[in-house]
Design a protein around this ligand. Sequence first.
Ligand SMILES: Cc1ncc(COP(=O)(O)O)c(C=O)c1O
Length: 381
Amino acid sequence: MLSRIPVASVDLSGNEEAYAVDAIRSTWISSTGAYLNRFEREFADYCQSTTSLAVCNGTVALHLALMGLDVRPGDEVLVPSLTYVATANAVRYVGAEPVFIDVDPETWCIDPDKLEAAITRRTRGIIPVHLLGHPADMDRINRVADVHGLWVIEDAAEALGAKYKGQPVGSLSHCATFSFFGNKVITSGEGGAITLSDERLATRLRALRGQGMDPNRRYYFPITGYNFRLTNLACAILCAQMERKEAILDQRRKLCERYNQQLRSIPGISLQPVAPWAEISPWMYCCMIDPDAFGGTRDELMQELAEKNIESRPMFISLHTLPPFREESRKRNEHLPVTDRLSESGIMLPTYNTLSEADQDRVVGTIAEFQRQRGRQRRVA
Ligand SMILES: Cc1ncc(COP(=O)(O)O)c(C=O)c1O
């Protein structure tokens, strides 16, 4: 039996264990402590923001940001349909409605040209997602937002290390949200953060994160808040991950470049586009399968990979087609052809910094062989 190649894997080979043990020995394992302070400071610096707030996951980061910006029932928020479900779920948590926008075929991120037509008097903001590590076209999105008095939250869950026109994601709008789930570039198992440079908003978010406590009067709660905090123990792991982030990013970049070189010549495969102004984060390698030219569908390829003990992932299912959202989307008469096409044909391949070249060759070899055999079968038929 061939060894299993997972689609993602965690590398904790630096100071993660030492720092976690240190946090345990210090007994500071709850939601205050030196690692938490250090992580929040380093992460804000890395994103060129003045503040970062560690929270328990990326979904909570979005939920908290929306509450901080006072989004309410009846409000509308423009989001791409091609994203992980958390982007739209968070909008629902505050009683607002996600309005789905198609993506740009050149970036796979929300299409700035499609925003204006979707704005109504109920629209409050836009959540561009830096999908698969590719930054959204923030200048054009921010311009539309400025004209209409909207806020913008970057959903940067998949994009740590990406840059837009030389500037890091996390510093390109009112605030940004990150995830540190196990498949992300840096991880604490579960975890998330918000970055921002607006001190008033930061104060409000901090209060909402910590049960609504008054920053100047302990155990007095002037507003209803939540417990959305992250632990010092998780931040110990994140501090160690931060020490190695450039090395991890480099290894993942090389891996993605190698996939590009080997897959680009296979008939029916097209690669993720990269805009000239974008530096993408090598989060999860994704390519498109054109069934006619390839000789099989994306799902058939995933099945073949699974039979060879190689895990893969389909591209995100268009959110406007999912049960919680499709009725409202239908009422708005949303047609999102680019999203639907990418959603049906995209496949994510194993991407993690410890993936060996031999295992990567096994992934590519399986894909190439499947395509060759299918091509031969079609020629014979
Ligand atoms: C685009 C996007 N937004 C939000 C999230 C939610 O993050 P978490 O899983 O940490 O809650 C993810 C997670 O994978 C994501 O990919």
